[in-house]
Write a protein that binds this ligand. Sequence first.
Ligand SMILES: Cc1cc2nc3c(=O)[nH]c(=O)nc-3n(C[C@H](O)[C@H](O)[C@H](O)COP(=O)(O)OP(=O)(O)OC[C@H]3O[C@@H](n4cnc5c(N)ncnc54)[C@H](O)[C@@H]3O)c2cc1C
Length: 311
Amino acid sequence: MDNTMLYDVAIIGGGPAGYTAGIYASRASLNTVVIEQGMPGGQIATSDMVENYPAIPVISGAELGQKFQEHAESAGVATHYEMVEKLYKLDDGSFALHCGDKQILARTVIVTTGAVPRPAGFEGEETYRGRGVSYCATCDGMFYRGKDVFVVGGGNSAVEEGLYLAKIANSVTMVVRRDEFRAERGLVARLASQENVSIRFNTSIAAVDGGTLLSSITFRDNTTEERYTESYPMGSFGIFVFAGNNPVIDLVEPYVDLGPDGGVLTDELMATRTPGLFCAGDMRSKPLRQIVTAAADGAIAAHAANAYLQY
Ligand SMILES: Cc1cc2nc3c(=O)[nH]c(=O)nc-3n(C[C@H](O)[C@H](O)[C@H](O)COP(=O)(O)OP(=O)(O)OC[C@H]3O[C@@H](n4cnc5c(N)ncnc54)[C@H](O)[C@@H]3O)c2cc1C
């Protein structure tokens, strides 16, 4: 990385929003860099199958994430593997991004840091994270081959990942807080038709316990508030939590306003209240956090950054 170069656009995050912004910025002849802290592709790289990205009826999440990266890089975008630790607006209106002892300078910044799984909030969740409690079926599902799993959540992600786990695990028990799923009906029908899947509506997990690994779950019946505990041989089961996402906003917090869902408020051009700073994708305050909306945000942000640089 050239520490002295002033990029036209620095994009923080290599998920669908970031790489789409990269494609559009590069095609507008802007000198563009994408900075990604981990695996390119973002959250979608952790999903088994994607069946709702237009024009691609079915594709694995990992492959789709890779395609975003390949497309952007073929359009001339470089990916730098760094974690951006700090973002500063400089007096001349440009920005400095600090990555360890490196600094990246840019005239505009598009932040696409996405979202991270929201904990379900039960007692013992943090203690057993990675020792029976997981937030990623494609990452950790294989550890539960032939075992029993509980999937917490009633939205699309929970149902999709429940379907994936049903192919690996001995049994899948969906733990749904309300009396119905929020997920698409087609997905729910597929899940319900699996022989090894059962569903507990109006139920939450209140607490988990065990030794080195999990050995018991205390459930709460949300209609009666009654709690009951089930015990199993230690390590014979796992819990997968898909309870929504928290937008990742730490880098930009001093420079933006936040919406009621904790996401960044932007205008329809993805502009924040700080000139030259754009936010796109799941980190925004928005009603639908999906690949297609993240990609659309990224395209608009790059278009707006280009317009900002022209004037
Ligand atoms: C299990 C699961 C299944 C899903 N299934 C679907 C589906 O079937 N269809 C669908 O449309 N959507 C699905 N989604 C949602 C979809 O993945 C997201 O809406 C989409 O990935 C958002 O893209 P994004 O670019 O805004 O953010 P993300 O994908 O979250 O990407 C953000 C990127 O920024 C990077 N980053 C964060 N902070 C920094 C930093 N400080 N420095 C450098 N890099 C940083 C992260 O490492 C990450 O790669 C699913 C999500 C999950 C978790």
